[in-house]
Design a protein around this ligand. Structure first.
Ligand code: M6R
Length: 341
């Protein structure tokens, strides 16, 4: 977790062409400018990175994206579109379902681009083009720095594809400025650790959690829930915040806290109204909120502040508090965070 400011800087250094304010992608034997559609396939945390990438590719590059978990994709005879790029994400490069998905796509004549952290892995060898994460070995079972660097590569790829299409020079420049700021944003967010540790001590005895976010922060909610399950063995679910009222709201009580992602912006009032629904049912709330949004007094029981930032980097910054929260809850429960079940 604490390596992240350094490793995201490494990932940036590998692909950001500073002078030209552009992203430089490694040589590939296909033309990214001709891509009309993208299909992303991955598993687990890498799949959630893909969900965020889908949001960015569609928002900033205006390329439609389909996404599937690899274990489903490989057995479903999904129709693929011509001129579509097949995109796999795998930290290890050895996840068998992802590899099988890649092989299935290649068999059908598609070009495959892989985001991968392990040089020379099976997925790296079999893909038509690869983007290495350059973050070093992910020692523990739980993916942390690998996830944030997958996000960063997704954000850079969205910029690259966007600039090949209709993203303006000035929007591109602003985007690059945001990317360059990521190591510092991550460092500043990590400074919240003592505060998050105190919160974790107060919440470690709960048996159920909800993680709620909207748009690009919905996959971060899924990732927060997965991290908590994986290392502390506490039951947790991630939902799009507004979907909560279509069923999961039945779970809300004093016994089931919710972690809400609350950025300033268009969704702010809607997220506040979801939080009010939780409060009305006596649910406790931990808000992960950007510094520029003012929450109604008393709505959140605990607030973890994250720096205000560009939409293209917000999911990276918002991931840090939920990694720390899971970590400190697991430590409080005396779980072995490096070798979970
Ligand atoms: O190596 P991969 O990225 O292909 O692994 C996929 C998942 O098994 C992995 O992300 C898993 O969900 C993480 N250990 C969760 O922290």
């Amino acid at each position: 977790i604490y390596e992240q400011p350094v490793v995201v800087a490494q990932t940036l250094r590998a692909y950001l062409r500073r002078m030209e304010n552009e992203v430089a992608m490694p040589d590939m034997d296909f033309d990214l400018g001709a891509v009309k559609r993208i299909t992303i396939v991955a598993c687990g945390t890498s799949f959630y990175a893909g969900m965020v990438a889908k949001y960015w590719f569609e928002t900033f590059a205006r390329v439609p994206v389909d996404i599937d978990v690899a274990s489903e994709f490989r057995y479903r005879n999904t129709p693929l579109f011509r001129n579509s790029l097949f995109f796999v994400i795998s930290q290890s490069g050895e996840t068998i379902d992802t590899l099988a998905g890649l092989r299935e796509a290649k068999r059908k004549g598609y070009k495959v681009l892989a985001v991968n952290n392990v040089v020379g892995s099976s997925i790296a060898r079999e893909a038509d083009g690869g983007i290495y994460q350059h973050v070093g070995p992910e020692i523990g079972v739980a993916s942390t720095k690998a996830f944030t660097s997958q996000l960063l590569i997704g954000a850079m790829l969205a910029l690259y594809l966007g600039r090949l299409r209709d993203m303006s020079f000035s929007d591109g420049t602003e985007y690059v400025r945001a990317l360059k700021g990521v190591p510092d944003l991550v460092r500043r967010t990590l400074e919240q650790a003592p505060h998050i540790k105190e919160i974790a001590k107060r919440y470690a005895h709960y048996h159920d959690f909800l993680f709620l976010g909207r748009l690009s922060l919905f996959p971060v909610a899924l990732e927060g829930a997965l991290k908590l399950k994986e290392i502390s063995y506490i039951h947790a679910e991630g939902y799009p915040a507004a979907e909560m009222k279509h069923g999961p709201i039945a779970l809300i009580s004093e016994q089931c806290p919710s972690v809400f992602f609350v950025p300033a912006g268009d969704m702010f009032n809607k997220i506040v109204s979801s939080m009010q629904e939780i409060k009305a049912r006596k649910g406790r709330i931990i808000a992960v909120a950007t510094t520029n949004c003012e929450l109604p007094p008393g709505l959140a029981d605990d607030i973890i502040r994250i720096p205000e930032c560009h939409e293209a980097v917000l999911p990276i910054v918002a991931t840090i508090p939920v990694q720390l929260l899971s970590y400190y809850i697991a430590v409080e429960l005396q779980r072995d965070v490096d070798k979970p079940r």
